[in-house]
Design a protein around this ligand. Sequence first.
Ligand code: 8YV
Length: 334
Amino acid sequence: MPASASRPRPRVIVTRRLPHAVETRMAELFDVELNLTDTPFTAQQLAQAARDCDVLVPTVTDHVDAAVFAAAAEGGRLKLCANFGVGVDHIDMHAARAAKVAITNTPGVLTDDTADMVMALILSVPRRLAEGEKLVRAGEWQGWSPTGMLGHRITGKRLGIIGMGRIGRAVATRARAFGLTVHYHNRHRLPPEVEGELEATFWADLDAMLARVDFISINCPHTPETHHLIDARRFGLMQRNAYVINAARGEILDENALCEALAAGRIAGAGLDVFEREPFIDPRLLDLPGVVLLPHMGSATFEGRQAMGEKVIANIRVWVDGHRPPDIVLDGWA
Ligand code: 8YV
């Protein structure tokens, strides 16, 4: 069972720096250990933290693997892993279940910011925003020309969204305003009223959709089923004028196959906010034309990060009070 309200303040360890107000509130509510240097924990530090706390607050930069849960079992304290972020693919769910540790995340509050970033990439890649900016800054711009910096039009093109959860739908809403027609592939077809509202066309067959759209936006979670979902074979199905946008998780794209497809001109370009081995960037991506690269900043707004922190606090507090946290991903005491 979770801790009861009468127990002493839970010992909470936070692995990275969080917004100031979030850290301050955590210090008021919990016996909290903050990471004031913001240096990511080593595997040993993470295991030690799991041994020493009741609640661990990790982020996407922590590999909360079986070794961490083994350390937690040794310590006998860790009962809740309150992730700061919506994706939980860096947490070993099987090991968490075996160790009876509950997992929560922070859905909903980063939907709009991430969807905005997807749209920014959809606009940036075909319209060559990054290249244009570099040209101006390098002092190399010679002035307007009828044939200068030509890119491709967005309006009237087809967008194929892979993963029609909260973020996928928010992307669809924005895309329609830019005159894109919306296509999607999802494990489950959306209810007709939602499909109608988004004017979205469902493709049960991902391969068939990939062959027919101009933009592909990846918005599904990274799971064993979606690992390298877009591989060399699927790049081969895409149109030569297609652009791939990924603001979900790098591992959903086979990055090597992406580099090869771009280098061979199999596809026209890519907009990436996430990478397979962050923060490592495949050097080939740096030299390829038609590529816009961002440092995993989809949810990086002051408002979003504050709201994520508040969700983490709410999840911990509800758990401390002996109730099921609102954003439960894995129920540790079921
Ligand atoms: C977060 C993200 O900022 O929430 C997610 O899954 O990818 C990011 O936008 C990051 O995960 C923080 O842990």
